[in-house]
Every structure is written in C-alpha cells, then in structure tokens.
Design a protein around this ligand. Structure first.
Ligand code: TPP
Ligand code: MG
Length: 366
C-alpha cells in the first residue's frame, strides 16, 4: 500500500499510539471491507457519496481531532484545568451528523462536541464553552452548549437525560407531521439510567423518529464496560421493539451509512432506531485521569484501538482511492488555521466578554 504520512501529529498532546501512527495493512483491509458496506443497503448509501461528501467527512474528522488537540494544549498551558475529549471516537459523531438534514436536531453529549462544529456552530462558541465567556447559549454559565437555530439541543451534565428530551422533540415532529428526525448519543454507562429507559420506551411506543446511538467506548468513568453491563447493547432494542444495528464506531463511512439508513427509516414514519457504535476511549474520562485510565486496560487493547485511529484509517482509505495528498493537506491547513484563529479569539475575549456579575441570577427560576 502506498504510504502517505497523513495529518500532522502532535506528540505533546496525542495519545502515544497516534504519535507515530502508520497504517497496518490488515487493519486497512478490514477498514476497506467495512467501507465497501457491511450489507447491500449500507454499500448503496456509501457508494452514493461523491468526492465532495467524502472530503467533507475528512474535514469533519480533522476538525474534531484538532478541536481536542487545542483543548489539550490549553490544559498543558494552564488556560483551563481539564477537558473532555472525543479523540478516537470522532467517526461516530461526524458520520452521524453527515446523515442528517438541516431541519433535523441533535443532542450531543460532551464526547460529541464535534456535533456542534458539524451543525455549523461557530468554532468560537465551541471554545468559549470552556472559557466561560458570554459567547455561549448560557452566557458563560455552563460549558454544555448548543444552538437551537442550528438544531443543536444542549445537554445538561446528567447523562442520558437527553434521551427523553430528544424523544420529546421527535414526538413533536411526528405529531406535527414534519419529516424531521432527532438524533442523540449516549454512552455505554449511561444506558444504566432510568432516563435512557424512559426515553427509549416513550419513543418506541409513540413511534417517534428518534435515532439513539449507544456510543460504546467500553468504559464509564473508571469502570470497564464488562463490569457494568453483562448483556449486549444490540439486545436492548428488542426489549423496546425497535431495531438495533451495530456500526463500526471507528469507521466514519459505516457510521454514516448506518445512521443514514436509520434516519431514512425514521422519516418513513417507522419509529425509532437504536444504533450501537463499537469504539474505544483512548484517553481518560477527561484529561485529568488519563494515567489512571491507562491502567484499566492492557497495553495491547490501546495498541489495537490506536491502530484503528478513525482519522488515520480514513485518510489512508481516501489516498487508496486516488484522492491527492495535496488536496488532503490543503483541507488540513484550512481546518488548522480556523481552529487556531478561533482559539486565539476565544482567549482574547476572556478580557472583554466576561459575564457581568449582575446577570448571575438571570434565568434562575426557582
Ligand atoms: C445521571 C448521572 N449520573 C452520574 C453522572 C456522573 N458521570 C459523568 S460521566 C459518567 C460516566 C459515563 O459513562 P458513559 O455513559 O459510558 O460515557 P463516556 O464518558 O464513556 O463517554 C458518570 C457516571 C452523571 N453525569 N449523570
Ligand atoms: Mg463509555
């Protein structure tokens, strides 16, 4: 296979497996098989993507990764104390968003911050979330962000609480006979909550057009998946009477295709779909516990998933298809410049856009 050096890596901020990332022929072959479509329907969905759409996915993956690298840079510089990263899990978010239309809505959890970028929220707002300036929907009060005008419903920190909220959005679409879909992500650990169950059950029984993605990164805070759930996430759908499909959470094309089919099913009025994305959390719960997180799994597990870097694998796949490296480099240069400019601007606005103390109780109703 022709080797292309791929995106610039950042040794000071990347997971060790990503620093000297090189494609592994077997892993790339497996990636290509999945990218060809694990079944006829997914194959058709992927084949329908033109080069612009394929490159848009690449741009999305890069933006997600570089957004996280910027946050890590800030942590190391002492600008912020910690950050929650989606690194290594980008394909779930980017592939999912690519399957949506402009009138659909998403409810991203913190691991899906890239959804805000995908939906067209300004990068400044994404970074402002961490700096607490008035550039966010809460005017700097909370780091959970969204923008209803872009179809992004902000989460609260209670995990899975978005599932019933998004089920409610979906039900509203159904009652209004609008061909719109609500999509949300929930972690593997978060499926343990009552909120997940209530939301899924309501969506299923009302036939609401909800796509709920269980983002199984195999860990919840410091608890490995096998210690908190004995079943299979795919089986959950059966309990609610909704289809549940697995997707390769490190393959952006499979995530796109599976989500696109789920979205189509919803638009046809056939009720919710549960998607299960198999992926892996390469870092800590947040940046503060990365070292402890490394002790939860054997080094071979990190090597296995590190080799399946969603950005690196997809990049090599594109090159294998004949996409010119100069083209990819130009996209990378553009995304890097936009991320860095937004981060610089966000930092500068800490001086000028602090929430006024007098507004402290605005929006507090009880
Ligand atoms: C209802 C609720 N309980 C507990 C917490 C504390 N908490 C934050 S993240 C987390 C683990 C989430 O694990 P998972 O759903 O697998 O998501 P991941 O962090 O792996 O993406 C917990 C228990 C919370 N935020 N909300
Ligand atoms: Mg998890």
């Amino acid at each position: 296979m022709a080797y292309n050096a791929g995106m610039k890596r950042y040794p000071a901020f990347e997971f060790p497996e990503y620093v000297d990332w090189r494609p592994d022929p077997e892993v790339q072959a497996e990636f290509a098989r999945t990218a060809a479509g694990v079944d006829a329907e997914r194959a058709e969905a992927i084949e329908a993507l033109d080069e612009a759409a394929l490159l848009k996915l690449y741009e999305g993956l890069l933006a997600a990764r570089l957004h996280d690298i910027q946050l890590k840079r800030w942590v190391k510089q002492g600008v912020i104390s910690k950050a929650w990263l989606g690194s290594g899990e980008e394909a779930v978010t980017v592939g999912g968003c690519a399957a949506l239309g402009p009138d659909d809505v998403v409810g991203p959890m913190i691991r899906n911050a890239a959804a805000c970028i995908e939906r067209g929220m300004p990068l400044l707002a994404c970074f402002a979330a961490y700096l607490g300036t008035t550039d966010t929907i809460t005017g700097g009060r909370d780091m959970h962000i969204g923008d209803a005008a872009k179809g992004v419903i902000p989460p609260i920190s209670h995990v899975a609480d978005l599932v019933p909220v998004m089920a409610g959005c979906a039900l509203a679409f159904r009652l209004r006979r609008q061909p719109r879909v609500a999509l949300t992500w929930t972690g593997d650990g978060s499926t343990a909550t009552g909120a997940f169950h209530e939301g899924m059950r309501m969506a299923a029984s009302t036939g609401a057009p909800l796509v709920c993605v269980v983002q199984d990164n195999q860990v919840a805070l410091g608890t490995p998946g096998e210690l908190h759930f004995r079943g299979n996430y795919e089986d959950l759908g059966r309990a609610y009477g909704v289809p549940s499909w697995t997707m390769d959470g490190n393959n952006v094309l499979d995530c796109y295709a599976a989500t696109a089919l789920a979205v189509r099913r919803c638009r046809e009025g056939r009720g919710p779909v549960l998607l299960v994305a198999r992926t892996f959390r390469m870092g800590g719960h947040a940046t503060h516990d990365e070292r402890e997180a490394r002790e939860l799994f054997d080094a071979s597990v990190f090597r296995h998933w590190g080799q399946r870097d969603p950005v690196g694998c997809y990049e090599q796949w594109l090159v294998g298809r004949g996409v010119g490296t100069a083209h990819l480099e130009a996209i990378e240069a553009d995304v890097t410049a936009r991320i860095e400019a937004a981060a610089r601007e966000a930092v500068a606005r800490r001086e000028t856009h602090q929430p006024a103390p007098a507004t402290q109780r605005d929006g507090v109703y009880a």
